[in-house]
Design a protein around this ligand. Sequence first.
Ligand code: IPD
Ligand code: CA
Ligand code: CA
Length: 268
Amino acid sequence: MSIPSVFVATAIEAVLRAGEIQLSYFGRGVRVKKKGVIDLVTEADLAVEEMFRDLINSRFPSHLVLAEEQYQGDVIKDKPEFRWIFDPIDGTTNFAHDLPIFCSSLALEAAGRLEVAAVYDPTRRELFTAERGGGAFLNGIPLKISTAEQLVDSVLSTGFPYDVHDTIDDVVGLFAKFTGQVRAVRRLGSAALDLCYVAAGRLDGFWEQRLQAWDIAAGALLVEEAGGRISGLSGGKFNVHAGEVLASNGVIHDAMVAVIKDHAKALD
Ligand code: IPD
Ligand code: CA
Ligand code: CA
């Protein structure tokens, strides 16, 4: 599908505006509330999402918005013509603790397919963009996936879902399994940036489970367009609404799947 350039321009404008709002709150004692025991929301998350919803509603009133903070559980059922998938701050725990590892993440899904991605990290001024079939870019420069050929030469990243207190054996067990086989595993606190870093060749692979579409939609398209591979955790077809992702440079993908399957067997 050919995507009108105004949609791409709007995606970039939205994440840049999100970055300005984030920086206006960052490091200034932002107000924080708990959505769950360890799941936070700040006044900045809410302000960014409000800006975004207003922008899309005013420019493209017929488009759906799937965004984290006002999510009502009713917009993922079908495949609408256009749906914007937005995380106002990915890395809210970092943000609330003044750790400068966060971004906003936006993808446009058209008839069920991810077509446009824009992720902006305002503290490093890094804008990651992709259009299906058009490649992936960092500040306008084409991205290339890493060339690691085996796990022992790979740096991976992962994240822990907000139910980690109740799923330690599973989540940390897999972390331990990978740690025993690779050069290093990182845990940055922003799934969207993890995926951008796979696309940029800074990381060789990333896995996480129990995510939401807004955490991974943009990053998944970026990885694909940079020449990487994206799948479910067991190597099956990637579904942005299924909540799990395995991303890699492609070369180490099957080896990562084998570690995950091994771990799942051990848990049974
Ligand atoms: C979280 C981050 C984190 C991941 C969590 C996500 P949020 O998103 O992406 O890295 O481990 O699973 O929920 O809450 O900061 O938008
Ligand atoms: Ca997120
Ligand atoms: Ca968020």
